[in-house]
Design a protein around this ligand. Structure first.
Ligand code: ADP
Ligand code: MG
Length: 413
């Protein structure tokens, strides 16, 4: 079976999952009913598209508006995902074709309006095909507490129940506590199936500074920092070497992790890390996805991450328990020049613009003399306050001279 991460990379061309996407998709892959509350633009569609491709069968997506369905189908088409809809706006010929593809197992996604989905006729049709999941988009419509109640959503329950073990995924951007509770009850999702995103991770303190003898910088960090941590490095080779160097004083255990290690060693190192209270894992980005350790106290990057999304994802592994945690990034001007060279020489024409933009966003994050969190949250479409009070720049505003210095270094890279 193809993994969700492979689908993210190969089908969508995205470097990393954002925010809670990884958790939501993990639950759907495990067959669990889930309600995901994620801000607009957080990437809710991906949460059902990826498992629809990773699991066998067709995903049924309940969506309230024909225009919305058509948008979704267009964007699915662009990624090469096989999607169609059954709506009152279809011609007879279109409907016949869609039904044929559906029965032949040639659809990844089938969009249906709630009034059609709740009909006995549709239930009968659905009972004859293999289903990967059923997604209920704009799920706040099911609740009278919600701002957009749609009585037809209330009629979905018998259909959902007729699917038995097929995982249900309800999605909404706008649901207060009462609405969430109501959605859970109405759609038969257990209370522990609720996942709420908001991009801010207020307990994480961000520090970003130029690299200057990174093993010395990291030794200093490890000497001061309590608790378990992850140090991300750009290569397998560096993971081995740094783990060795950092482990030398023996105060705490330091182990490497990368995809080139013997699988048994990898499993052992990961298990040791999950159990430990003060171990440090020096790892490539192969480490992290699906690792359930809420008390990681710090994440350090010894080099530039791939993108802001990757940075957010990787630093987001710190402090999942809500206690204070730190994110450190040590970057060098040469990281940028290397990345630029790669973009200009190795990246295909059609992806070059996007990659340049990705790199520029990272440059904006590392060079800013303003709030780091504001830049991160703004990147994810949130409207943060100007200063968070919990990043290096807010805690100790750099002098203008420093800011200019950094900018100059960057531009000349
Ligand atoms: P929502 O339904 O929450 O408003 P969408 O599913 O429309 O969000 O996604 C918003 C945008 O974010 C889309 O352009 C989508 O392709 C993009 N996106 C989603 N997930 C990712 C990701 N992991 N990395 C990069 N872009 C993403
Ligand atoms: Mg959406």
């Amino acid at each position: 079976m193809v993994s969700p991460l492979d689908i993210l990379h190969d089908t969508f061309g995205f470097p990393a999952f954002r925010g809670v996407q990884e958790d939501v998709i993990g639950r759907v892959m495990d067959g669990c009913h889930t309600l995901a509350v994620m801000p607009t633009g957080a990437g809710k569609s991906l949460c059902y598209q990826v498992p629809a491709l990773a699991r066998e069968g067709t995903a049924i997506v309940i969506s309230p508006l024909i225009a919305l369905m058509h948008d979704q189908i267009r964007s699915a088409d662009a990624f090469g995902i096989r999607a169609a809809s059954l709506t009152s706006a279809d011609s007879d010929a279109d409907r016949q074709q869609t039904l044929q593809r559906l029965k032949a197992g040639e659809l990844d996604l089938l969009y249906v309006a709630p009034e059609r989905a709740s009909s006995g006729h549709f239930r009968e049709l659905a009972s004859r095909i293999k289903l990967s999941l059923v997604a209920v988009d704009e799920a706040h419509c099911v609740s009278e507490w919600g701002h957009d109640f749609r009585p037809d959503y209330r009629l979905l329950r018998p259909l959902l129940d007729s699917f038995g073990n097929v995982p249900r995924l309800a999605l909404t951007a706008t649901a207060d506590r009462q609405t969430r509770a109501d959605i859970l009850v109405q759609l038969g999702i257990p209370e522990d199936g609720l996942i709420v995103a908001g991009f801010d991770r207020p307990n994480i303190r961000y520090h970003i500074r130029p690299r200057d003898g990174v093993s010395t910088q990291l030794k200093g960090l490890l000497a001061e920092q309590e608790g378990a941590g992850i140090v991300y490095v750009p290569s397998r080779d560096k993971a081995e070497r740094l783990a060795e160097q950092l482990g030398q004083n023996g105060r705490r255990r330091v182990l490497p992790y990368h995809a080139g290690l013997d699988p048994q060693v990898r499993v052992r190192n990961q298990a040791a890390f999950v159990k430990s209270e003060d171990m440090v894992m020096v790892a490539t980005i192969a480490f992290g996805m699906g690792i359930d350790k809420p008390d990681v106290r710090f994440v350090a990057h010894a080099g530039l991450p791939k993108s802001i999304e990757a940075y957010y994802q990787e630093t987001g592994r710190a402090g999942r328990d809500g206690d204070p945690a730190e994110a450190w990034l040590f970057w060098g001007a040469e990281d940028f020049s290397r990345a630029r060279r790669r973009i200009e020489t190795e990246v295909p024409d059609d992806r070059r613009g996007g990659e340049r933009q990705r790199l520029n966003s990272l440059a904006a994050l590392v060079e800013t003399a303003d709030c780091r969190r504001a830049i991160l949250l703004h990147h994810f479409g949130e409207d943060p306050p100007a200063r968070c009070g919990n990043c290096d720049n807010c805690l100790a505003p750099p002098s203008t001279v420093d800011g200019t210095e950094t900018a100059r270094k960057l531009l000349s890279a």
